[in-house]
Write a protein that binds this ligand. Structure first.
Ligand SMILES: Cc1ncc(COP(=O)(O)O)c(C=O)c1O
Length: 478
């Protein structure tokens, strides 16, 4: 029976139990070998949509049919981020305990807006963010909250910083041109946040980077002084620990000193790189972060927690609260001294994200996660060494945070050709960036299922393919 006429009520528990077991079985089979799927979706834009009905069903359908269609129609259009040879963007992945945490979160479906709306969600959030501070060896007294993304995190930080600089801005709007400072390599989410809060894109300064793609503090100081001399109001700067293009680490301590000197709020973006701070031999990347006004780290990037889970910390929770708290009568409670997270941010409805984070932190423990990250670093270093030893390649980043960046000496066209051969093979997925004006391939190693043999397979393919990648005549003329 494909169509069912439902008269109300949820799926019967017996049916849920039967289909639920099947679904878990499907997930277990998938996790056993995600590498059996082509890593990249095999479809053209609009293709899936054109195959799906243009209107939703009038009458309910059976789960068997829905799951069948999931396999037949949806799966071919999926890019498999859990694939061991997924090396695009940042190679992030979900893990068993994280998936189970998501299952239970969806089951309880609580709203973590107020302590009273679900005490467990609020208190587990407080507990897990405190555990993470301890693992990262950052100030225990910082206030932390779990958001969906680092993009939301920096938006909240910007609003809190504006609240500190111009307390009247909440009611009257900002009075003068506030200026924010990022580097040429800072993630675009900062500029987007500046657009969203009405700062104006032209009031975001992109400071030049040095030869290792780190923000130049002499240029930052010069830009701040120049803006001050024109009666503008420098108020916010971002330092990144692990930039998106090349995992560069900005000089956080020096940027922090300038921020203190000129009264700017320092936000540190550790969305990707921050997680490596739990590894003792990498902890130095967080030097100076204890002086930040706010800090973001995404366990959904390198801590094997499924999307979405991003931690925002600040030592000024009062500024967040002053900016965002609005006491609607129907949300008032008698829970004195409890944290109501909705008062510290934009959204009201908040998912119980702490549960999956708690599952992952407890299942692997600090030692387990450190071991996983060390595996990542070891595999990345190995690939970096192969590339460095091959005279046809120019190594740009050797894998300090699991990311290797390189290009072919023969030039951009040859490097692009190499990338399309790698991705066209259907076996691997790598992505690219442009640094120093040159097209550069990024190989991100970080997936929990990636093994040394996968990386060796990629290197063998690359080394072979590189031999026949040439500059086109047209590009040689330029
Ligand atoms: C350094 C850095 N910051 C911020 C972001 C944005 O993260 P999110 O997707 O959580 O908004 C990214 C995304 O890759 C990133 O690499």
């Amino acid at each position: 029976m494909n169509k069912t006429s439902r008269s109300g009520g949820d799926m019967p528990v017996e049916e849920f139990r039967r289909v639920g077991h099947e679904a878990i079985e499907w997930v277990a089979n998938y996790l056993e070998d995600p590498g059996k799927h082509p890593v990249l979706a095999n479809c053209r834009p609009g293709e899936l949509q054109s195959r799906l009905p243009s209107r939703g069903p009038r009458t309910g359908e059976s789960m068997d049919v829905i799951l069948h269609d999931f396999e037949e129609s949806i799966l071919p259009a999926v890019t498999h981020w859990n694939h061991p040879r997924f090396h695009g963007y940042f190679s992030i992945s979900s893990s068993g305990p994280g998936i189970l945490g998501e299952l239970l979160t969806a089951t309880l479906d609580v709203n973590a807006m107020l302590w009273k709306s679900c005490p467990a969600a609020t208190e587990l959030e407080q507990t897990t963010v405190a555990w993470m501070l301890d693992w990262l060896d950052l100030p225990a007294e910082w206030f932390g909250m779990i958001l969906d993304s680092a993009s939301s995190g920096v938006l909240h930080a910007l609003v809190a910083a504006r609240q500190r600089t111009e307390p009247q801005s909440r009611s009257a709007g900002a009075s003068g041109p506030l200026v924010a400072y990022v580097s040429e390599h800072t993630h675009s989410s900062v500029e987007k946040a500046a657009i969203a809060v009405g700062l104006g894109q032209s009031n975001v300064r992109h400071i030049a980077v040095d030869a290792r793609f780190r923000m130049r503090t002499d240029e930052l100081a010069r830009a701040i002084r120049s803006d001050l001399s024109q009666d503008l109001r420098p108020f916010f700067a971002v330092a990144t620990v692990g930039t998106t293009s090349t995992t560069a680490v900005d000089p956080v301590e020096e940027i922090g000193s300038l921020c203190r000197e000129y009264g700017l709020w320092l936000h540190v973006d550790g969305a990707y790189g921050g997680s490596f701070g739990i590894v003792p031999e990498c902890r130095h990347i967080l030097n100076g972060v204890d002086q930040a006004d706010s800090f973001v780290v995404n366990p959904h990037k390198m801590m094997m927690v499924p999307l979405d889970c991003s931690l925002l910390y600040t030592c000024h929770p009062g500024q967040l609260r002053s900016a965002f708290a609005l006491g609607a009568e129907y949300l008032k409670t008698d829970a004195a001294n409890a944290v109501d997270y909705m008062d510290y941010g934009l959204v009201l409805g908040r998912r119980f994200r702490a549960l999956k984070l708690w599952f992952v932190m407890r299942y692997f423990g600090l030692d387990g996660l450190v071991a996983l990250l060390r595996d990542v670093l070891r595999m990345a270093a190995w690939l970096g060494e192969q590339i460095a030893a091959d005279a046809r390649f120019e190594l740009v980043e050797r894998g300090a945070m699991g990311l290797i960046c390189f290009r072919l000496h023969r030039g951009d066209a040859a490097t692009k050709q190499l990338m399309s051969r790698i991705n066209g093979s259907g076996r691997f997925f790598v992505s690219h960036t442009v640094v120093g004006g040159r097209f550069t391939i990024r190989v991100a190693i970080g997936n929990i299922r990636t093994q040394q043999s996968n990386v060796e397979e990629l290197w063998a393919f690359m080394a072979e393919a590189a031999g026949s990648c040439r500059q086109s005549r047209a590009s040689m003329r330029h």
